[in-house]
Design a protein around this ligand. Structure first.
Ligand code: 3PG
Ligand code: MG
Length: 399
C-alpha cells in the first residue's frame, strides 16, 4: 500500500495553490444553546491546517456535521465551527453559507495565500451521501473544482463511501493528512502484532453495533471486558434477569454463542448500579448481577466490576477502549466509566481510546488526555478498521 502524505504535497510546494481539505468537524453541540461542547475534532486537524497555512496554500476546508437529510437545515450549520476554528488557528476563517453554490465559489475565489475557508455542511447536498454513483460523482465534480489538490484528514469519516471522502480523491491529486496518518499508524499496531496481554474494553449501548468487532477481536485479544448498556444482553444470555435494563432480545442467542466460543476471554460485570428511572436524580443502588430487581434498570457497572476490570487492565501491555461503561453524562452513573478510564491510564500499556463517546467521556470527566497514547477521532471508523474492513476513504487514497 502506498499513500502519499501531506509532507509529499508540501515538498512539491503549495504556495498560492488551492488545497481542498476534507476534515471531520462533526462536533457535539449543546441542544439548547448550540454551543460546541467538545472541540476535540477541531483541534485534531490543526496540525494539517497549520502546515498548509504556513506553506502559503489557499486552504478550503469541507466537513459534515450531524445527519441532515440532503438539504440545508440551520441546526446543522457549520458556522459555529468556523468561529471556533478561527480562534484556534488565530486567524479568521472565511465561511461560505453554501457548499458548492455562489457563496462557496466567491469565498474560494477571494482567498489570499495562507487563508482558510470553511464550506457549509457537505450533507446539505444529497449528492454527498447518495448511493447513486452518478449523483455522488456530480457533487464530487463541484467540490473538486475548489482544489488543485486534496487532503483527507477526516479520519472519523473514512468508513463512509461519500462523495467528499471517496469520489473527490479520484478527481484530484490526493494525500493523507497528519491526523489520518497518525490514526492509521496507531490502529495498525493493534491489528498487526500487539504486545501482550492485549485487553479490549467495550461499552456503549448496543451489542448489534459492536457485534462485528467482537467477532473480529475474539481470536486476537487476550481479554475482552464488556460493560455499558450492551452488557445486559450478555447477562441475559447467561440466564440472568436484567429488570428494565437495555436489552436487545434478538441478540441474546448471538451473545450466548459468543460467550460459548470465547474460551473464557469475555469478562462481564459482577455488579451494577440500578436505578428507578433513566434520570440524573433517580434513586439508585448497587446490586449483584444476579439480583437486579424486575422494576429497575442498570445504568452503570458497580465498584467490584471496576476492580475486576482494573485488575485485568493492570496486566495489559496493549489496551483498546471503545464505549462508556455507564451513563457517564449523569454524575450518579459516571463512576464505572471514570474507574475504567483511570485504570487504563495507570496500566503500563500502549493505550488507545476509540473515538465517539469514549473520547468525549475522557474530556467530559476532565481526565488528562495525555495519559493515553492515542485518542482516536473516529468511533465507527476505528471499529471498522479493527474489524479489518476496507475503508473507502483509505482505499481512495491508495489509488
Ligand atoms: C462520526 O461522528 O462518527 C463521524 O463524524 C461520522 O459521522 P456519521 O456516523 O454520521 O457518518
Ligand atoms: Mg458514527
Amino acid at each position: 500500500m502506498s499513500i502519499r502524505t501531506l509532507d509529499d504535497l508540501l515538498a512539491e510546494g503549495v504556495s498560492g495553490r488551492r488545497v481542498l481539505v476534507r476534515a471531520d468537524l462533526n462536533v457535539p453541540l449543546d441542544k439548547q444553546t448550540g454551543d460546541i461542547t467538545d472541540d476535540g475534532r477541531i483541534r485534531a486537524v490543526l496540525p494539517t491546517l497549520g502546515a498548509l497555512v504556513e506553506a502559503g496554500a489557499k486552504v478550503v476546508v469541507c466537513s459534515h456535521l450531524g445527519r441532515p437529510k440532503g438539504a440545508p437545515d440551520p441546526q446543522f450549520s457549520l458556522r459555529p465551527v468556523a468561529g471556533r476554528l478561527g480562534e484556534l488557528l488565530g486567524a479568521p476563517v472565511h465561511f461560505a453559507t453554501d457548499t458548492v453554490g455562489d457563496s462557496a465559489r466567491s469565498t474560494v475565489a477571494d482567498l489570499a495565500d495562507g487563508q482558510v475557508a470553511l464550506l457549509e455542511n457537505l450533507r446539505f447536498n444529497a449528492g454527498e451521501t447518495s448511493k447513486d454513483e452518478a449523483e455522488r460523482g456530480a457533487f464530487a465534480d463541484q467540490l473538486a473544482a475548489f482544489g488543485d489538490a486534496y487532503v483527507d484528514d477526516a479520519f472519523g469519516a473514512v468508513h463512509r463511501k461519500h462523495a467528499s471522502v471517496y469520489d473527490v480523491p479520484a478527481r484530484l491529486p490526493h494525500v493523507a493528512g497528519r491526523l489520518v496518518l497518525r490514526e492509521v499508524e496507531v490502529l495498525s499496531k493493534l491489528t498487526g502484532n500487539p504486545e501482550r496481554p492485549y485487553v479490549v474494553v467495550l461499552g456503549g449501548s448496543k451489542v448489534s453495533d459492536k457485534l462485528a468487532v467482537i467477532e473480529a477481536l475474539l481470536p486476537t485479544v487476550d481479554r475482552l471486558l464488556i460493560g455499558g448498556g450492551m452488557c445486559f444482553t450478555f447477562l441475559k444470555a447467561q440466564g440472568l434477569e436484567v429488570g428494565t435494563s437495555l436489552l436487545e432480545k434478538d441478540m441474546v442467542e448471538t451473545c450466548r454463542n459468543l460467550l460459548e466460543r470465547s474460551g473464557g476471554k469475555i469478562m462481564l460485570p459482577v455488579d451494577v448500579v440500578v436505578a428507578d428511572a433513566f434520570a440524573p436524580d433517580a434513586a439508585h443502588d448497587t446490586v449483584r448481577v444476579d439480583g437486579i430487581p424486575s422494576h429497575r434498570l442498570g445504568l452503570d457497572v458497580g465498584p467490584e466490576t471496576v476492580a475486576g476490570f482494573a485488575a485485568a487492565l493492570s496486566q495489559a501491555k496493549t489496551i483498546f477502549w471503545n464505549g462508556p461503561m455507564g451513563v457517564f453524562e449523569m454524575p450518579a452513573f459516571a463512576a464505572g466509566t471514570r474507574g475504567i478510564a483511570e485504570a487504563i491510564t495507570k496500566a503500563d500499556a500502549f493505550s488507545v481510546v476509540g473515538g465517539g463517546d469514549s473520547a468525549a467521556a475522557v474530556r467530559a470527566l476532565r481526565l488528562d488526555e495525555t495519559d493515553f497514547n492515542h485518542i482516536s477521532t473516529g468511533g465507527g471508523a476505528s471499529l471498522e478498521y479493527l474489524e479489518g474492513k476496507t475503508l473507502p476513504g483509505i482505499a481512495a487514497l491508495e489509488n
